[in-house]
Design a protein around this ligand. Structure first.
Ligand code: PEP
Ligand code: MN
Length: 360
């Protein structure tokens, strides 16, 4: 990574009881609503959030109260002392937010997909001392997210963080936006200094799943959480199903277990090392088996070439997948995991046979 200047002091200063939490409603609705929620969460929240410009997938939905909300949020800050965060999507939003002394400006998932938009925002925020957070783009594109981060860093913004809010899929799923944990973990590996915040509200879309997702994030050593909180979630003007009450939020925060990065105890280190040696051996065996499997796949490729038979055989693929899903049960391996694994193996197999058939 190029050497950018990163300032994380704000993060440690804002942590409360070891947890960094951004809480508040999806959308600011009335002055009374934001004030009531902010007072109710101020004991556990590091930052109060409220959307005032809401990017909606289709027109006609509630698009946010607009800049009047900035007045209400100013009052929230005055009364509770909580720093305020809002989503910004255009340079005009940034200018208004700065005028109202908003502490945290975050770029939403529908904006972070667009490098022009992120660059325009980075340009108006050049060298700002505000905290700027970048949500992952709606599509699972790691370089695009990273590119957005680099645009902010290049503009000399030193107080930066990322927010993992999951990724859209075409297929229906138990998540509103699938987490694809590997993506934020890969970015963390490349930018270890950048704080990574998990947003279980937008990942799950469902308040009953928030605790487990937030705990998973802490187990993976994420640095903080953003959880949408509303005084009467079912009546919320946006994202009703995923918001929790302040009471539920406080319970979630108190039940979550934060994890240490490591433990220096000798016994722990020794046991960990032994298990890892065994895992490394198994991983090598997995590769050996895959190598053998691919050799057979190639032999079949030559047979198909000789008889001019198509590479992709729908029935055979269904048969393999069904058999493996059945076998997986015996070995207590999840169906979704085995399906993904076999899709990857199958894709590699047909690519190899394709090359053989086409003499590549
Ligand atoms: C939000 O935080 O309310 C929001 C609109 O999120 P996202 O950009 O993740 O969809
Ligand atoms: Mn929302």
């Amino acid at each position: 990574m190029t050497n950018y200047s990163i300032d994380n002091h704000w993060f440690d200063q804002l942590k409360k009881d070891h947890t960094f939490l951004i809480a508040g409603p999806c959308s600011a609705e009335t002055s009374d609503q934001v004030l009531e929620i902010a007072h109710a969460v101020k004991g556990v929240a590091s930052i109060f959030r409220a959307g005032i410009w809401k990017p909606r997938t289709r027109p006609g939905g509630f698009e946010g109260v607009g800049s009047i909300g900035l007045e209400w949020l100013r009052q929230v800050k005055e009364e509770t002392g909580l720093p305020i965060g809002v989503e910004i999507a255009t340079p005009e939003h940034v200018e208004l937010a700065l005028k109202y002394d908003i502490d945290v400006l975050w770029i939403g998932a529908r904006t972070s997909v667009n490098p022009f938009a992120v660059q325009d925002i980075a340009n108006v925020l050049k060298n700002t001392d505000r905290i700027v957070m970048l949500k992952n783009p709606v599509n699972p594109d790691m370089p695009l997210w990273m590119g957005g981060l680099e645009r902010l860093l290049k503009a000399g913004i030193q107080k930066v963080a990322l927010i993992h809010r999951g990724f859209s899929t075409y297929e229906k799923n138990k998540y509103r936006n699938v987490p694809e944990w590997q993506i934020p973990l890969d970015i963390k590996a490349q930018f270890p200094q950048i704080k990574m915040i998990n947003d279980p509200s937008h990942i799950t879309g469902n308040r009953s799943m928030i605790f487990d997702t937030a705990q998973m994030a802490l187990d993976l050593n994420f640095d903080g959480l953003m959880i949408e909180t509303h005084r009467s979630p079912d009546q919320a003007w946006s994202d009703a199903a995923q918001q929790v009450t302040p009471q539920a939020l406080i319970e979630i925060v108190h039940t979550l277990k934060s994890r240490d990065l490591s433990n220096s105890e000798e016994l722990f280190q020794m046991q960990l090392k032994n298990f890892r040696i065994e895992i490394d051996e198994l991983d090598t065996n997995i590769l050996k088996l895959l190598h053998k499997r691919m050799n057979l796949v190639e032999k079949i490729g030559y047979l198909k070439k000789e008889k001019n038979v198509a590479v992709f055989q729908q029935e055979r693929w269904q048969e393999v997948l069904e058999k493996m899903k059945q076998n997986a049960k015996e070995y207590k391996l999840g169906e979704a995991f085995i399906t993904d694994l076999y899709k990857a193996i199958h894709l590699e197999s047909i690519a190899r046979q394709g090359k053989i058939i086409n003499n590549k």
